[in-house]
Design a protein around this ligand. Structure first.
Ligand code: MN
Length: 738
């Protein structure tokens, strides 16, 4: 076998499961052949990547097919000589082919923009994962290896990939309980997202660890002596908190390095549960324990199924350290999460645990079936992976898990849509509560229903947290209120048409609506109005296309007819504003059509008072009138004559689709999850983020620089006030990039 395969074979040989070596070798040879002549950015032959991925897959303890899929995962997508899946199926079997397919990005699909392509790929990944959980395990291994070798990429790619890892893959690993992979992904992402912060924490660790390395060694020596004396078979591991989790504690909880109690931990891994408790007793005999720090996660596991005994004790030289005691299986489950459950998947219990943990994916996909709105899908996906769960009970004692922040309405729909649709009230622990009440872990919820209920209120759409509830409410409206929806949807469409022009005939409107509907696979115009009406699709994503189609109609009209005089001027206006838009819709000293650019220092928005500066060779640069650079430059007499009057030329109606870059600077006190809340809040407002930068200040606050697409100052104000309303946001100011 090839030298390259050695690390993989080493791992496999140490696993206690049997492998088909021949099949694995065949997959390697095939992958090497397919990737022949390809190199990674680091200069290594490409096949080193799939081998490394397969090695991580093997470290998770997964089976032969998973390892083969790891070796083959890039052969369909990346190879010049397109391997098709059927070749893989015939050589390695259906299962391997199915796994590889799940790992292959869709590239041929006709999708409008990059963002939608990205969402399509996430959707595809979740679908595959829902069919076979191994897909996501291998995908995470792939991402982990890409992160480990990220230094070979260009800086902007590094940032983009690290950001995606932080937002999507690390939370996904967390949801699957795969702590070890999650931690490494977070550490690596942090390294690329905040070099300075990372280096600072690392430096503190080095200092601290340098001083007290001996202390940990000594504590471990004492522990093993004692355990030996008592005939306990064990393994010991020392661990230091990860850079990322220290970073979070220090910068977002504002803790001093020395206040962190669980900086050091010793893990004791024993053979069975009983020995866990025996070992705990011995530890408490040897060291003084810190009150309030003992936790028994064996008798009450954490929501993500984590089991272990935790206690904090004071070492002989006064340094506190945590002791975690668990069995081998608990240990693997803690480190590898669902991957370990999958490995032990013989019992019905393990299979059940997996199904339970993955229910959110099935639900997400199911609710997506109903709407097919990519924005909504992404929002639900983010809510579902970012938020931890709350566990609540039905009066009968069944456990229901909901994303944190869910209301009793979400609970009702989680039980059954019939319960939600007939809901009139709710009781938590026997007490009547408002229906938008957010339950806590362990609450018992009873939903009060009534046969005479008229169905859910449209306002609930704004209250509920889960995509499943939102989609079920829309389903109800879709079914029960079709005629009402059509009227609502049609009115919405007509309002937009009026902004484009008057005098369109019914059949022209129908023709355009048909074109729009086709884009989302809807054949009938009423069905389209209905979908807009119940909120299954948001009209805003159709506006550019709609405008384009109506403008085509206007342009094709005969200019001779008297009746259409009105529309001709419309054509002109539209055409003119289109042209203006290419230069930003600015009038310079009374002149339209000047070449302008917006100053990066102040990013003016429609509604701001502005001035122009005649540059040498790049047209007119437009600043906010109160930009500090304007004041400074005006102080220089030479420049005075180059400042010119500037004003916006964007009538309210036509500027609707135009967005301008706006900078926002936020100061945040407690940064946990804040980036997620910011992006969810902005997605809610359909505001696009073009960049996001974070920086930690001396006092521990987090500085966030956002660059967003914004229509005008009023729009800007609404974005700012939304951001202000977020928890832990201290201040929001219109940012300058320097
Ligand atoms: Mn790959």
């Amino acid at each position: 076998m090839d030298e390259l395969m050695k690390p993989l074979l080493d791992v496999i040989q140490n696993n206690d499961r049997s492998y088909d070596y021949e099949k694995i070798n065949k997959a390697f040879l095939y992958s090497a052949k397919m990737h022949e002549g390809q190199f990674r950015q680091s200069g290594e032959p490409y096949v080193s990547h799939p081998v490394a991925v397969a090695t991580i897959v093997a470290e998770l303890g997964l089976d032969t097919d998973s390892i083969c899929a790891g070796l083959l995962h890039d052969t369909v997508e990346d190879c010049a000589d397109k391997t098709n899946l059927s070749t893989i199926a015939s050589m390695f079997g259906q299962e391997v082919a199915m796994l590889v397919d799940g790992l292959t990005k869709i590239i041929q699909v006709q999708v409008a923009d990059k963002e939608e392509a990205h969402i399509e790929n996430i959707r595809k990944m979740l679908l595959a994962m829902n069919r076979d959980i191994r897909v996501i395990f291998i995908k995470l291994c792939d991402r982990l290896h890409n992160m480990r070798t990220l230094s070979a990429k260009k800086e902007d790619r590094q940032r983009a990939i690290a950001l995606e890892t932080m937002y999507i893959y690390a939370p996904l690993a967390h949801r699957l309980g795969m702590q070890r992979i999650k931690q490494e992904l977070e550490n690596l992402s942090l390294f690329y997202l905040d070099h300075i912060g990372y280096a600072e924490v690392e430096e503190s660790i080095k200092k601290k660890y340098g001083i007290s390395r001996d202390f940990l060694k000594e504590a471990k020596r004492e522990l093993s002596e004692k355990l030996h004396e008592n005939n306990i078979h064990f393994e010991l591991e020392g661990r230091i908190k990860s850079v990322y989790s220290l970073y979070r504690k220090m910068y977002t909880f504002n803790k001093a390095f020395d206040e962190i109690y669980d900086f050091y931990a010793v893990r004791v891994i024993v053979d069975n549960e009983l020995e866990c408790y025996t070992a705990l007793g011995l530890v408490h005999e040897m060291f003084k324990s810190v009150p309030g720090r003992f936790k028994d996660y064996i008798s009450t596991p954490k929501p993500n199924l984590y089991r272990s005994l935790h206690t904090t004790v004071i070492g002989n030289n006064g340094i506190p350290f945590e002791v975690q005691i668990r069995t081998r299986q608990m240990h693997e489950e803690a480190e590898y999460g669902l991957a370990a459950h999958w490995k032990y998947k013989s019992g019905a219990k393990a299979a059940n645990d997996i199904d339970e943990k993955l229910r959110w994916i099935a639900q997400l996909l199911e609710s997506d079936e109903n709407t097919r709105d990519p924005d909504e899908f992404m929002r639900s996906f983010k809510t579902d992976i970012f938020h931890d769960e709350t566990f609540v009970f039905t009066p009968k004692g069944d456990v229901i898990s909901l994303p944190q922040g869910s209301t009793t309405i979400d609970f009702a729909y989680a039980i059954h849509s019939a319960v939600g649709n007939k809901m009139t009230g709710a009781k938590i622990n026997g007490v009547i509560v408002p229906i938008d009440k957010v339950p806590k872990n362990g609450d018992i919820i009873e939903i009060i229903t009534s046969q005479s209920s008229k169905g859910p209120s449209r306002d609930w759409l704004k209250i509920v947290k889960t995509g499943a509830a939102r989609s079920k409410i829309r389903q109800w409206y879709k079914k029960e209120k079709r005629s009402e929806n059509i009227v609502v949807g049609k009115a919405e469409v007509e309002k937009e048409i009026r902004k484009i022009g008057k005098g369109f005939t019914e059949s022209e409107i129908e023709e355009v609506v048909r074109i729009l509907a086709k884009r989302v696979g809807i054949q009938d115009c009423d069905d389209f109005y209905n979908t807009i009406g119940f909120g299954g699709l948001s009209l805003s994503r159709f506006l550019p296309k709609m405008r384009e189609e109506f403008e085509k109609i206007l342009a094709s009209r005969e200019p001779a007819s008297k009746n259409t005089a009105d529309e001709i001027s419309q054509v002109k206006v539209v055409a003119k504003s289109n042209r203006l838009r290419t230069n930003g819709g600015i009038i310079i000293d009374g002149e339209r059509g000047c070449q302008v650019k917006f100053a990066k220092c102040c990013n003016p928005l429609p509604g701001d008072r502005i001035v122009g500066f005649i540059t040498r060779g790049f047209g007119v640069s437009v600043h906010k009138a109160d930009c500090p650079n304007v004041t400074i430059s005006r102080g220089n007499e030479e420049n005075l004559s180059r400042w010119v009057k500037a004003e916006w030329d964007t009538p309210e109606e036509t500027q609707n689709n135009e967005t301008y870059q706006a900078m926002i600077q936020l100061i945040i006190e407690d940064g946990i999850g804040i980036i997620a809340s910011i992006s969810v809040a902005l997605a809610d407002m359909k505001v696009s983020i073009s960049s996001i930068n974070t920086q930690i200040q001396k006092n521990g606050n987090m500085l966030v620089n956002l660059s967003v697409g914004c229509k005008n100052t009023a729009h800007y104000e609404s974005i700012v006030s939304k951001l202000r309303s977020l928890k832990s946001v201290v201040s929001v100011v219109r940012g300058f990039s320097n």
